[in-house]
Design a protein around this ligand. Sequence first.
Ligand code: FEO
Ligand code: CA
Ligand code: CA
Ligand code: CA
Length: 593
Amino acid sequence: FPGFSGGHGKLTHAAVPPNRKDAIVVPRGYEQGVIIAWGDPVEYGAPKFDAHKQSAASQAKQFGYNNDYTMVLPLRNDRKSLLVCNHEYTDEYLMFPTGKYDLATQAKIGLAAHGMSVVQIERVGHSGQWRRDRSLSRYNRRITATTKFEVTGPAANDARVGKVAYGTFGNCAGGVTPWGTVLSGEENFNGYYDVTGSVPAEYVTSYKRYGVPTTVTKSARQWSVVDPRFDLTKTPTEVFRSGWIVEVDPYDPRSTPRKRTMLARLKHEGATTTITADGRIAVYLGDDEKGEYIYKFVSAGKYDPDNRKNNFGLLDAGTLYVAKFVGDGNNDSLYDGTGQWIPLTSDSTSYVEGMSVADVLIDTRLAADKVSPTRMDRPEDIERNPVNGRVYAALTNNDKRGGAFALDEANPIGTSHVRAKLGDPLTEKAGNRNGYILELTEEGDDAAKTGFFWTLFLVCGDPTAQETYFGGFDKSKVSPISCPDNVAFDGSGNLWISTDGNQLGSNDGIFTVPVAGPNRGQVKQFLSVPFGSEACGPLISEDDKTAFVAVQHPGETDDATFEKPTSTWPHTDKFPRPAIACVWRRDGDRVGS
Ligand code: FEO
Ligand code: CA
Ligand code: CA
Ligand code: CA
């Protein structure tokens, strides 16, 4: 399991100021470099990338588009590792020279540009720098939107789903299991389906609850032009084979990846794991949409550290829960209270009236609605801190909070202060625009328990705005932060946060914050990502020498075109390329110091 040194690393790095540069900006004493970018070779035989000569066959062997979740897993020595990441979606207007490819060709390239990559990387010298291993190891692998998957768990026996599915797409964040497999969440799957006629009446309620079209609709990419399974009039059950957590074994390049139905069907953000006090596996799950819920799965079986294969079925049997938050009132000047994990179903018994086990897993949102959990502001990455045992959740934003979604103590901000662009004054806008970091303390620090305490650790935004809160730390000494998306921890348990959609007029970035000690709540910007991009990952290496960052969609702005991109990062061509980069200290010391 990616280990933790448990050291006492202080976060002494200089704060990177908010900026609009088309570069990765790092603190003094740090270096940064690209490891692998869109189009770089992954599988044997991949041709050299040429934006003007793209093909689906080439793309299926090359690094995909819009890298998001990033995990690095060890190989036999500390000089080589496996980088595993997913490719969430495509930006056709940044990928294709206008008019050069017809819709069908774009669709075929797009199918191949989605999915996941496994790539061997190597350390540069003894530093914290990593680069792609140009020898293209036997582990290197592309998974695309057409790769064959095995469907497992209770919903695989349901006729709506079945035991085989093709492809993964819309993959957002993820997680790693103690047995070294990678989990990846299928998020905005609803946007990939066309409807050319009608859809079956019995599916309309389900479709609507997930934002799947029910009347004639052309999706952005129109994949149904090349594959009828993306036409819900022709293949109405296809949508039930997406929205799952997938599990990939990067150590076995010939293995069939799996869709784990016991982990619910949602607009999955990620799936992070921890081990309960009695040795079982808990998985935290966010459903990233305004007003959706936070979920947890606890396995029935125990983790076996001595036999890897004994763990391969653990995610197929156990109990799925959804979270309800109750505030303790505002007299204590804190947004905090208690909460409950409400059971929805086990692998054999449904706890939701009128719904079978398969119903609950396939239509998890509809099942959860019946037990009145708390509607949250876009629950994204949720992860347990291995040092203090608390669970941290990023709640990105919700411009409808205080409007369509009522305020409550766990979702208290209905008016936020934002900037149109860097340097502009703060202006007031409706809703929770800047997001929160929520901290959960489960009963007995045991992930198997169903009761917890919670507090809003950060109410993000510009620290000069009255509504913000930084864990009680002096607000004159913190960096502005907006729209937290992904979370990670270093070996000392410090929290690292990446952002998506900064509402304060500057580029997104990665931020550090101690969760304990006198500096608890001192948010500092560690890096900023290039213009128009979102910071994904982040990941701190086991030896704390490297911070990995996935730069997703550089140049994604309303006025960008292929001929006139608003970013050209990483500046290898005239157009932007999503890429995974790493950041290290020039003197080889711990990142964050
Ligand atoms: Fe793909 Fe929830 O961000
Ligand atoms: Ca309170
Ligand atoms: Ca995300
Ligand atoms: Ca995001």
